[in-house]
Design a protein around this ligand. Structure first.
Ligand SMILES: Nc1ncnc2c1ncn2[C@@H]1O[C@H](COP(=O)(O)OP(=O)(O)OP(=O)(O)O)[C@@H](O)[C@H]1O
Ligand SMILES: [Zn+2]
Ligand SMILES: [Zn+2]
Length: 733
């Protein structure tokens, strides 16, 4: 027998299968999915078995050096995905594979403990004659696998009772992988499905029909306004999938994966849910992974990478907030979870549900423009609720009135009004820190990060911070350029908004939610819970307040400055702005009282803003599609981006020129934009240039990029320069 092995060197030039002989000591234990150690050159390195070959090859093969785990680390389905990802995103296969199985690779050796199980033919203890044993028996039936101590504790008896039951053969003990108490976070209460209203019911029915057809051709776009009850549609679709013996994957953007969201799923599906997110410890993640592999958990709720969960055969895949940019991984492999989900559904026949109040243009045109998706709509909010009324506040007029503050008069009045009525307020500004620009008024020097082409943000701690590399330094009292005292702090962040609010409304109880305040484990939950329980009046925050929060007390949302995202040098700036405004506005008026939204802006005529004001998704879609068509941007064309980075600017520029020349000489019919410095010209001491390729067919892009990169590796000498390929880029920065 010989093994086909992918070695763990992520480079295009070793991206192929190597063959090794399986020595007799390992015969029968090595399988597809095994992690092994192989001799490679003069070293021994890790590798992954991707095939077994009974016919021995002619050549003399080296032996596998060792088998690293008894159990395989990936499934055939995961391998298929890795191979597809490598071809689609032009990355080394082993890199794709490692991105898929990383939760397993974090762990050195799983800890084993002794668990207890009810013996198969044990006599059931009689509750009247042996109440303690009976209590233990009841617990172990419901939760087999508990340790001696856990079991005694759960049954409220001394461990000696458990021991005697083991001695009498009522319980058997087996080794199992330690699970970090999977019951720890189970909500006390179970929730039961509410009666669906008309549009919800119709949506669920359509999804169930597709589940029953089982032909793998169903992608639904669930377009439901904010507060329309999309989550309930997911829950009932999942219940239907479980009833049919199927498994489900639910993806949620990382910042929307709040403890509340997790509770909603756990209180409906209990232990059947495994949760995967970045705040888990490696051990906890491993345990959830293990529960999925053994089939104990049948629903996975997680962020982007949960799409790679080791489920045997997912039958339903849901992406909530499908338009979210965070579904794209911004490092190699630069995959988009939506694209992977569609591919995975192709392999398993799963039904896909993409949900959003503001679908991406790419998805909506597949659903509305005669594409391959089916559109499901929820046009109204649950119950008697209506969408909030949205007012635009022209900040230019405010200045003319002499108001130079952060808050317009109207917004201040509205806040005063809510405070007096004991209703709650959310204030949104998509920038953290105190001042986002520190500049000398005499010589004009802007304080920038020494490692990045980014201005430093002043934080209330008195330090300046780079939001790209986290460099920080005490704020100087004099200009480091000319020694002037006149250093101005311009551009506000959430800390300043919080401070101003406290100054203007000293009696109000204020909380702030941004990545600076959620550092500590559990802090995120605490802030949201405190606010939900009505123990605070005003919540100030970044994007984190815009997504998914369902807090009935909120009747006013204030957007401090809508223009920040509007003027990004990115062709999706309008789309992002419209989405963000619609999402944050949607947090208002979800309780019994009608909600209001105030958007402060210098561009009150811009269609991204007026359409958000009017809750007019279709209007926005029409305007933006016309723009994209005119400029030749997606979804009318396909893009790829080659990003060139290195420590020496001259080399980076020359390498970018070389690549551009290589692209021009390929036969693939692609249009080339650039090379040019990327909008952020330097990050972490690396200069950045990029080339953007455009084509009517995505494969032309792959052809051109592959050919250019081959030339680059074979013919150029820029060894210190890195080139990364991004197929269907989401960020152009
Ligand atoms: N059929 C129903 N009957 C009663 N309550 C419901 C029903 N469906 C949903 N709800 C409740 O309505 C509220 C809003 O639902 P949900 O948060 O799912 O909206 P959503 O569409 O996801 O909104 P958003 O996009 O703004 O996050 C929730 O509190 C949910 O429990
Ligand atoms: Zn100066
Ligand atoms: Zn920096």
């Amino acid at each position: 027998m010989q093994a086909e092995v992918l070695v763990s060197i992520a480079h295009h030039q070793v991206d192929k299968v190597f063959y090794y002989n399986i020595p007799p000591s390992l015969a029968g234990r090595v399988q597809v999915g095994s992690r092994v150690l192989v001799p490679f050159g003069r070293r021994k390195i890790e590798g992954y078995v991707v095939g077994l070959n009974p016919a021995p090859n002619q050549e003399e093969l080296k032996d596998l050096a060792a088998l690293l785990d008894e159990d395989p680390v990936f499934t055939p389905l995961q391998l298929a995905l890795a191979r597809w990802m490598a071809a689609y995103y032009l990355c080394p296969t082993v890199k794709a594979l490692r991105a898929i199985i990383w939760p397993l690779l974090q762990i050195k050796g799983p800890k084993k403990v002794k668990g207890l199980w009810p013996a198969v033919c044990g006599n059931v203890p009689d509750p009247r004659r042996a109440p303690k044993s009976a209590a233990v028996w009841e617990v172990i039936q419901a939760r087999p696998g508990l340790t001696r101590k856990e079991l005694a504790e759960a049954a409220g008896v001394s461990p000696r009772v458990v021991d005697s039951m083991v001695a009498r053969g009522l319980l058997t003990s087996k080794e199992r992988i330690e699970l970090r108490d999977p019951c720890r976070n189970l909500p006390e209460k179970r929730s039961f499905p509410p009666v669906l209203y008309g549009e919800q019911l119709r949506a669920v029915k359509k999804i169930i029909e597709a589940l029953d057809k089982n032909d793998g051709r169903h992608v639904f776009l669930l377009h439901g306004v904010t507060g329309s009850g999309k989550t309930e549609v997911y829950l009932q679709a999942i219940a239907a999938a479980l009833n049919r013996g199927k498994q489900a994957i639910v993806l949620v953007p990382e910042i929307a994966l709040t403890p509340q969201m997790i509770d909603i799923f756990r209180s409906r599906f209990g232990h059947q849910v495994a949760v995967l997110h970045s705040r888990l410890s490696d051990g906890e993640r491993y345990d959830e992974y293990h529960r999925l592999r053994t089939g104990e958990a049948k629903v996975v709720l997680g962020a982007r990478s949960a799409i790679f969960s080791p489920l045997e055969k997912p039958g339903l895949i849901i992406l909530d907030e499908e338009h979210e940019p965070s579904y794209k991984q911004e490092e190699s492999p630069r995959y988009h979870a939506r694209t992977v989900a569609l591919r995975l559904a192709g392999y398993t026949g799963a039904v896909v549900v993409l949900g959003s109040a503001t679908p991406s243009l790419e998805s909506y045109c597949q659903a509305a423009g005669g594409g391959t998706y089916q559109l499901l709509e929820l046009n109204q909010r649950v119950g008697e609720l209506t969408l909030p009324s949205v007012h635009l506040i022209d900040l230019r007029r405010e200045l003319r009135k002499g108001n130079k503050g952060i808050f317009s008069e109207a917004l201040q009045e509205a806040i005063t009004d809510r405070l007096s009525r004991r209703e709650q307020v959310i204030l949104f500004l998509n920038r953290r820190g105190y001042s986002t620009l520190v500049v000398c008024r005499e010589c004009g020097l802007v304080l920038k990060c020494p490692h990045c082409d980014i201005s430093l943000t002043y934080h209330a701690s008195g330090r300046l911070r780079c939001h790209y590399c986290n460099y920080s330094v005490m704020a100087p009292s004099l200009c480091p350029g000319c020694g002037s005292h006149y250093v101005a702090y311009l551009g506000m962040g959430t800390q300043k908004v919080e401070q101003e609010i406290r100054r203007l409304f000293p009696a109000a109880r204020v909380l702030r939610l941004d990545s600076d305040t959620v550092g500590r484990r559990g802090a995120h939950r605490e802030i949201i819970e405190t606010f939900r329980e009505g123990e605070a009046d005003i919540l100030v925050g970044t994007q984190m307040v815009a997504k998914g929060l369902d807090i009935p007390g909120v009747t006013l949302v204030g957007v401090i400055n809508a223009d920040i995202s509007l003027h990004m040098p990115d062709f999706r700036a309008s789309e992002r702005t419209f989405q963000l405004l619609t999402q944050v506005a949607g947090r208002s008026g979800r309780g019994k009282k009608k909600g209001e939204v105030m958007i402060q802006t210098y561009s009150p005529e811009h269609y991204a803003i007026t359409c958000a004001q009017n809750h007019d998704y279709r209007g926005f879609y029409r305007r933006e599609m016309a723009m994209r068509r005119a400029l030749g941007y997606p979804p009318f064309t396909h893009l790829a981006r080659l990003l060139v980075t290195g420590k020496l600017e001259r080399e980076v520029q020359e390498a970018a020129d070389f690549l551009a020349q290589a692209v021009r000489t390929t036969n693939a019919p692609v249009e080339l934009l650039g090379p040019a410095p990327a909008p952020i010209g330097r990050i972490k001491d690396r200069y950045r240039w990029h080339l953007v390729l455009k084509a009517p067919v995505q494969n032309f892009l792959r052809e051109a990029a592959t050919a250019a990169l081959n030339d680059f590796y074979n013919m150029s000498n820029y060894r210190r320069v890195q080139v990364s390929i991004d197929i269907a880029p989401q960020s152009m920065m």
